[in-house]
Design a protein around this ligand. Structure first.
Ligand code: DC
Length: 221
């Protein structure tokens, strides 16, 4: 059986950076589940599909839309054969992705891919429902959290580095809205799994969090 580690937490809790570094330390494939939801959101916007019409959404995604190519410890996601990874982290996609990820047929589509990846590779997967729904039998589960202010500060810096400038208040509000949407939706809401270790990263450095996680994993081996 392949080994799997689940990392969950709200937007800006440090999941992506931490998962990337832990994956390299432990030689696991990093699966960024949010990137799959973002890629589908990008596609629906590009095609002008109304997210509120689930039948139209189902018809639009009911084909071999996504291809997953294993690379150097990560998976490249291709949308109809094209790499759109540099287009899925804009504020527009970030604002639209929560409602798209709450659609049942969208979750079914990506969960099928996740199940295949976890049966074929040793993975560390980050998201919102990984420890609860996608990998309930993961060997290790972590739930990362941080204060809303700290998470907004991190997201603002990330966007600034990409040339997108928004006020702290705008980003803070986006994050609060997304937290609310992701944790109150009916299907697979953001939730800490009962058997996950919670880590508050508010005043921890990236290195400290990585050491903490790697240490806990090694200790239990
Ligand atoms: O981690 P992220 O910000 O890239 O995730 C984008 C959105 O995708 C997030 O607002 C909720 C959704 N998501 C989800 O519903 N389930 C996951 N396992 C991962 C992400």
């Amino acid at each position: 059986m392949n080994s799997s580690i689940a990392i969950d937490g709200p937007a800006g809790s440090g999941k992506s950076t931490i998962t990337e570094l832990v994956s390299r330390r432990l030689g696991l494939f990093h699966v960024d589940s949010g990137a799959f939801y973002r890629t589908i959101t990008y596609y629906l916007i590009e095609q002008g599909i109304d997210f509120n019409d689930e039948i139209k959404v189902l018809n639009a995604i009911n084909c071999d839309l996504l291809e997953v190519i294993p690379g150097d410890g990560v998976f490249k996601i291709l949308l109809n054969g094209k790499d759109v990874s540099d287009k899925i982290r804009t504020r527009e996609i970030t604002k639209a992705v929560s409602p798209v990820s709450a659609i049942g047929c969208v979750r079914d589509k990506v969960n099928k891919i996740f199940r295949r990846l976890s049966s074929e590779y040793n993975i560390i997967m980050e998201g919102r429902d990984i420890g609860t729904i996608v990998l309930p039998n993961a060997e290790h589960k972590f739930y990362l959290n941080a204060s809303v202010d700290e998470r907004a500060k991190r997201r603002r810096l990330e966007l600034l580095e990409k040339g997108e400038e928004f006020t702290f208040e705008e980003i803070r509000l986006d994050i609060q809205n997304r937290d609310h949407y992701d944790s109150t939706r009916k299907i697979a809401p953001l939730k800490k799994a009962a058997d996950a270790d919670e880590i508050d990263t508010t005043s921890m450095s990236v290195e400290e969090v990585v050491e903490d996680i790697v240490g806990r994993i090694k200790k239990s081996e």
